[in-house]
Design a protein around this ligand. Sequence first.
Ligand code: BTN
Length: 244
Amino acid sequence: MTYTVQYLDEIDSTNTYCKKLAREGAPGGTVIIAAHQTGGRGRLGRRFCSPRGTGLYASVLLRPEWDTETLQLVTACAAAAAARAVDSLCGVHTQIKWVNDLFLGGRKLCGILTEAGFTPAGGIDYVVVGIGINLRDTRGAFPEELHAIVTSIEEETGCILTPEQMAKALLCELDKALSALPDRGFLEEYRERSVLLGKDVTVQAGGAVYIARAVEIDDRAGLVVERPDGSRQTLTSGEVSVRL
Ligand code: BTN
């Protein structure tokens, strides 16, 4: 895919802006990168802290011809691509916390938010894959309550990267991964990188909170958990939060 990258100094959210461009007809391959987001968004309506000089905040517009089942795999596929990009630049082994977070040293390094728009007939009009990666020291820039759960490439590896370097590696890996998405080959790597598999997790789904063991990631990138009574449930990313 040919990418056209637009660098912005500041925006509320690169995903919000990219979706606006998508609705106005921008082509697939449009990439928005901001030095700073004033309203960075995460999954489940959460904020994504995006201070200036700290990270790569990027949104990639796609116009894919996928069915909706393939669409469900995009976030997991982008997570595998982002993990590969970090590893290739810094010689580490990045892990993935289902479904959309990258982890290094037990803390979150990167989050991914995928949003889609549909045609009146129900087909996919556009997909925006938003990726935020903490590159530089987060301690000075992030609120103290996040220090225990958030980290950066610099803190974990000593590797100092510019947003441009990270974006180049990321877009290259994303392109390869997304063109191979329909054959689902990335799932094996996604499972191998999983932080959750084999661990007891706290699941929050539809008002219920329970503890279960993460036992499998299925071919739709759903997380299969097993409760102490042996019953199994497959979680899809929609409204579910899983904590270690
Ligand atoms: C999450 O942690 O739940 C996902 C975070 C996704 C953050 C990225 S940063 C670029 C893009 N713009 C946003 O507002 N969010 C995504």
